[in-house]
Design a protein around this ligand. Structure first.
Ligand code: 5GP
Ligand code: MG
Length: 178
């Protein structure tokens, strides 16, 4: 299944499952080394990160906790920037070591917003783990602590990421054919 069609677009395999697995393992190895004895709280950003989080957490061997948040977006009243709320965060973050788990960081705007909210909730430390990163698209200057794979610009689907609802269940990552 090297090429697939979702809605009106054609996609071809870009990163296969074994390459994804190696990237997930390398993120887990680094987290296992850095967080021993710290009982980090993984905060998984739904929906896109569900598959990465599931595979990552099976490879995390230290004590840890896991929670899930969703981002709702709506137009802000003060500017044209999108204001996002974290939904579903029911733990106290005070003094916690938080690791935000994302599927992909593109421009970086979404994650910047999320981090600001978590710092406001007085987490002791907030770090970022993303499976995918598009360095040529990134417009911010914060540090992304754990990156699975750097990828070129271009729309991808699979392994949690969707195109208009479809494609999240695919075990490989596909890139749109222009
Ligand atoms: P950012 O705010 O960093 O520009 O974008 C972050 C969000 O945009 C991601 O969490 C994801 O939902 C979406 N996104 C960015 N690039 C892609 C892509 O190539 N494919 C899909 N399916 N979603 C993407
Ligand atoms: Mg996402």
């Amino acid at each position: 299944m090297n090429e697939i069609q979702l809605h009106d677009k054609q996609f071809s395999v870009s990163i296969d499952a074994s390459k994804i697995n190696a990237a997930v393992q390398s993120v887990a190895d680094r987290i296992n080394a850095d967080y021993k004895g710290k009982n980090p709280l993984f905060l998984v950003v739904l929906n896109g990160a569900f598959m990465f989080a599931s595979d990552l957490l099976k490879k995390v061997t230290i004590d840890c906790e896991v929670s899930f948040v969703k981002l709702s977006s709506y137009s802000g009243t003060k500017s044209t920037h999108i204001v996002r709320e974290l939904i579903g965060l029911d733990e106290a973050l005070t003094e916690r070591y938080v690791i935000v788990v994302e599927d992909i960081i593109d421009t970086g705007i979404t994650m910047e917003n999320t981090i600001q909210k978590l710092i406001h909730l007085q987490a002791a430390d907030v770090k970022i783990a993303t499976l995918l990163f598009k360095p040529k698209s990134f417009r911010k200057n914060y540090t992304i602590d754990y990156i699975g794979l750097e990828i070129p610009n271009g729309f991808i689907v699979g392994y949690g990421l969707d195109y208009d609802g479809l494609g999240r269940n695919l075990p490989d990552i596909y890139k749109v054919i222009d």
